[in-house]
Design a protein around this ligand. Structure first.
Ligand SMILES: Cc1cc2nc3c(=O)[nH]c(=O)nc-3n(C[C@H](O)[C@H](O)[C@H](O)COP(=O)(O)OP(=O)(O)OC[C@H]3O[C@@H](n4cnc5c(N)ncnc54)[C@H](O)[C@@H]3O)c2cc1C
Length: 376
């Protein structure tokens, strides 16, 4: 019976991508939504995001597709190169999946688009409001408070993430806009570098390197650009040219967390990184957050029994998100191969691309063909 969300009092904890999308999806269905965000302002946190068609279907269904497109850039695909700059394979998405859009956006622009739509839909945004626990005065709490969620332990106990042996630098540099909008991945032994252009004359850089130890998990600490340049000093001149332009760079350790065993308890529901923090190696963290938000709202709206609706939400989302998180874990190893394993893998990829150019793209059809708006 669609319409069950009408009049429901919902508190969303966290106004990141998951929380804002959930707020839009619930408010549009008639729920009274309040968002609590601990930051004083929706700041320019983060850098670039790649957003794939499985999430864009949700943004379109929420009526935010046009604003999202205006703030983003269409990506033609993904180019894998070795550290000397030689092409290993091109996933030509514009050519082989013309019906779908893969887009590049600054995280701050996506948050802006979503925040405007949430406010328009009637959600109330309370900034500077850090929640230490579940608020008492609402029917449902949506925990969208990210990788260090304070609400997840209430459902799952305390879990210790472990260091993956990888750290990532993230930087933005100016971009002249004279190359096709592609995500380019340079793969070297024990390290890789991803770069793509963003709207507004910017280029996003994420550089990942293996190392033994790291102190603490955190969004980002300032790092010395010289360390970044030194780590990639043997990469091809084009990649090094990008790094020469880096003036400010953040670094953080990549930790692995389990996908939550319990996503809900009848009153609290986890969405986004709070439920399934992921490594960034198939660019699906924000995308999963957007998928979650739609499916959660659709389940709640379809069934007046909140407990049953939340159980259905978990049943629909947990297997898919677990599969995506595993795929991201595996990709890190593929990018960082050394010695003969690297030569064999790169030769194999070059061969497959020549013989069956769509085969590598089709391996991810399960990911990109999924339509969350038809899931419930
Ligand atoms: C290097 C890197 C590259 C990435 N690239 C991509 C990509 O290309 N594509 C993609 O889809 N994903 C990508 N991701 C992943 C993506 O950024 C995250 O998965 C996504 O931001 C998760 O959104 P979220 O809303 O769940 O959490 P967050 O974005 O972390 O938002 C949580 C919000 O909750 C607030 N909050 C936290 N605690 C409280 C509290 N107690 N009270 C109130 N508010 C609170 C925080 O201030 C924050 O605003 C990348 C991640 C990294 C690190």
């Amino acid at each position: 019976m669609p319409g069950a969300l009408k009049g429901r009092r919902i508190t969303v904890v966290g106004a990141g991508i998951a929380g804002l999308t959930a707020a839009i999806a619930c408010a549009r269905r008639g729920a009274h939504v309040t968002l609590h965000e601990r930051a004083d302002a929706l700041r320019e946190v983060g850098a670039g995001l790649q957003i794939s068609p499985n999430a864009i279907r949700v943004l379109d269904a929420l009526g935010t597709g046009d604003a999202f497109r205006a703030a983003s850039l269409r990506s033609h695909g993904v180019m894998l190169r070795d550290s000397a700059g030689r092409q290993v394979t091109l996933l030509d998405l514009a050519r082989h999946r013309p019906q779908d859009q893969f887009r590049l956006i600054h995280r701050a622009r996506l948050v802006e688009v979503l925040a405007e739509a949430a406010t328009e839909a009637g959600a109330r945004l309370e900034l500077g409001c850090e929640m230490a626990g579940p608020p008492p005065d609402c029917d449902l709490i949506i925990a969208a408070d990210g990788v260090k969620s304070v609400l997840r332990p209430l459902l799952n106990g305390t879990e210790a993430p472990f260091f993956t042996g990888q750290t990532a630098w993230r930087a933005l540099i100016p971009d002249r806009g004279d190359t096709p909008p592609l995500a380019e991945v340079y793969m070297g032994p024990g390290r890789h570098l991803v770069s793509y252009p963003l709207p507004g004359g910017l280029r996003n850089i994420v550089a990942v390197m293996e190392r033994r130890e790291w102190q603490a998990e955190g969004w980002s600490q300032e790092s010395d650009p010289e360390d970044l340049r030194a780590a990639f000093a043997r990469f091809d001149p084009r990649a090094r040219g990008w790094l020469d332009q880096v003036q400010r760079v953040g670094i953080w350790g990549l930790f692995r967390h389990p996908v939550a065993a319990n996503w809900q308890d009848g009153r609290i529901a986890l969405v986004g990184d709070a439920a399934h923090p992921t490594l960034p190696f198939i660019a699906q963290g924000a995308v999963m957050a957007i998928e979650d938000a739609w499916v959660l709202a659709a389940c709640l709206d379809a069934d007046p029994d909140q407990g049953a609706a939340l159980a259905r939400y978990q049943a629909l989302r947990q297997p898919r998100c677990s599969k995506i998180v595993q795929a991201a874990n595996k990709n890190a190893g593929n990018y960082h191969l050394r010695g003969p394993a690297r030569a064999v893998a790169h030769a194999g990829l070059r061969g497959i691309s020549r013989l069956a150019p769509t085969a590598l793209i089709e391996r991810f059809a399960w990911l990109y063909d999924y339509d969350p708006t038809g899931a419930v």
